[in-house]
Write a new protein. Structure first.
Length: 133
């Protein structure tokens, strides 16, 4: 876990989500409940997904195993729900979550049927989040 400077590239939510902060909080709470990310990083999590410029440094959030669920979640948020923009996602996952080689992880699970093992954890969590009003 390290500090990221104010010039870190953040995840940028698309503009159409009126409940942006409730969605960001629900995703974080779900991931903590699944033990995929540690607790006590809620403020930094909100900074990462706010779409606003980061003034203070933030702490990178270590993604726990299985690592292939990180790109699965991020790409679902970008491509399926259109919640975040699809810009530099692999770089952001390495920078913010310490998950490297995400392009290879995505290729690996796509070759084995399109979804990673244990993808149900992410799918079930996302099914309880109201993305659209």
């Amino acid at each position: 876990v390290g500090k990221l400077s104010s010039n870190a590239i953040i995840f940028i939510p698309t503009k159409k989500f009126k409940r942006k902060y409730q969605i960001i909080d629900s995703i974080y709470s779900g991931l903590v409940g699944l033990d995929l990310v540690p607790a006590n990083f809620k403020e930094d999590w909100h900074k990462l997904f706010s779409g606003e410029e980061i003034i203070d440094s933030i702490t990178s959030i270590k993604w726990n195993r299985p690592l292939n669920l990180c790109p699965y979640l991020i790409f679902r948020l970008a491509n399926d729900f259109h919640f975040i923009t699809n810009i530099n996602l692999h770089k952001k996952m390495a920078l913010f979550f310490g998950v490297k080689g995400t392009a290879q992880k995505v290729n690996d699970y796509n070759e084995r049927g399109g979804k990673p093992k244990q993808h149900e954890l992410i799918d079930n969590m996302l099914s309880f989040i109201k993305f659209y009003n």
